[in-house]
Design a protein around this ligand. Structure first.
Ligand code: SF4
Length: 374
């Protein structure tokens, strides 16, 4: 989505989905034939950036390659890898303003065949467990919206249930899955312990502003029904929306505690080139040092300063992962749930240390901006 900048750092950039382009690119380079004729590639030629155009994304994504082919992937997938991963489909029919996925993969859902997905789950488990003793043996179905194709989801879950795979799974989902009792029952039977829900905001105003089709009531109803089926809910949140003010972190933490959300990821709003929100908000970016787009505040929010917003994130994390709640988790949670909370307690502690390190910079940015004077 940002190939001109990527071209500053490497010889060739694959634009879009690269599985087919890379084969043709390798063949062109090996045979000394012109790279211009390979669709889906960008590169520098003197002072200009050449892009050979967009290639149609592959319709058959059963072609996702063998993990053993990835350079040093086996080494990276060591003891500390919490989640083995499998990706089952691409694309999402929704159109949330800030979402880069839907701009990358498109709105038409393309899916692997159920058998191919189940084979890959088996292979991924073997790949991750083959050489390493991992404390937490879990697999994450990484699709942003696996339930976009209900029929596929049901077929895959039934195939896992009928197979010899006995593992712990997690999955990402929109809130609608929480209304689907049949799906929730199948998830439980297949070994899924939790649903990681893209809750994003707690205010209907924010859902409307960014064209995320949900409401606060939808979220609460969904969370409660998922929990009734014996599954945990993990919450993925965004702060720094145009309507967010001081107190946003505290409200988020209270919601998490009150609704027994098992773990959180809190992301400060950012704008990816190519998304609608980038077009409307790009002037509000503080900088384009992408290495800092890892949770830090990177924009000038409307109703709260960058410095105060960063403090809100730190506060929410500290309240959710407090020593008191750690002790409660150790005493009252069991098995994986306890292990995950303890692991996340320390992970959040290190995230907070990174966020704190950026506070002096964000204070300076806030003081220098006319937006927050008076
Ligand atoms: S529902 Fe999720 S994956 Fe789909 S467009 Fe919205 S944020 Fe992106």
């Amino acid at each position: 989505m940002n190939y001109p900048e990527a071209c500053e750092h490497c010889d060739y950039v694959l634009v879009g989905e690269g599985e087919e382009s890379i084969l043709e690119l390798m063949s062109a380079l090996t045979n000394d034939s012109p790279v211009d004729e390979v669709k889906g590639v960008a590169f520098r030629r003197g002072d200009e950036i050449v892009c050979t155009g967009q290639r149609c994304p592959p319709a058959n994504i059963d072609i996702i390659p063998n993990r053993d082919l990835l350079y040093r992937y086996q080494k990276m997938a060591g003891h500390n890898t919490v989640w083995a991963q499998v990706h089952a489909s691409r694309g999402c029919p929704h159109n949330c303003d800030y979402c880069a996925l839907v701009r990358h993969f498109g709105r038409k859902v393309r899916k692997r065949s159920p058998q191919n997905i189940v084979d890959d789950i088996r292979y991924s488990i073997d790949f991750h467990d083959r050489h390493h003793h991992r404390l937490a043996k879990m697999l994450w179905l990484t699709d942003d919206n696996f339930f976009a194709d209900r029929e596929l989801a049901i077929e895959v879950l039934r195939a896992i249930i009928d197979s010899d795979i006995h593992y712990h799974f997690t999955i990402q989902a929109r809130y609608e899955v929480g209304y689907d009792d049949e799906m929730l029952e199948l998830l439980r039977q297949a070994g899924f312990d939790e649903v990681a829900m893209g809750i994003e905001f707690l205010e209907d105003e924010a859902f409307e502003n960014y064209h995320k089709k949900s409401t606060y009531r939808d979220i609460v109803r969904s969370v409660e029904n998922i929990q009734r089926h014996g599954l945990r809910v993990r919450g993925l949140f965004i702060v720094g929306a145009d309507n967010h003010e001081k107190g946003v972190g505290d409200r988020l933490a209270d919601f998490v505690i009150e609704h027994n959300i098992s773990g959180v990821l809190i992301q400060s709003m950012y704008f990816v080139p190519g998304t609608p929100v980038y077009e409307t908000h790009k002037d509000k970016l503080i900088h384009r040092d992408w290495s800092k787009y890892n949770g830090n505040v990177v924009h000038y929010p409307e109703r709260i300063s960058p410095y105060d917003l960063q403090k809100e994130i730190i506060h929410a994390s500290r309240k959710i992962y407090s020593r008191r709640r750690l002790l409660q988790a150790i005493l009252h949670k069991r098995g994986l749930e306890r292990l995950l909370f303890v692991g996340e307690y320390f992970w959040h502690k290190s995230v907070r240390a990174d966020l704190k390190a950026d506070l002096p910079y964000l204070k300076r940015v806030t003081e220098e901006s006319a937006l927050y004077q008076g």
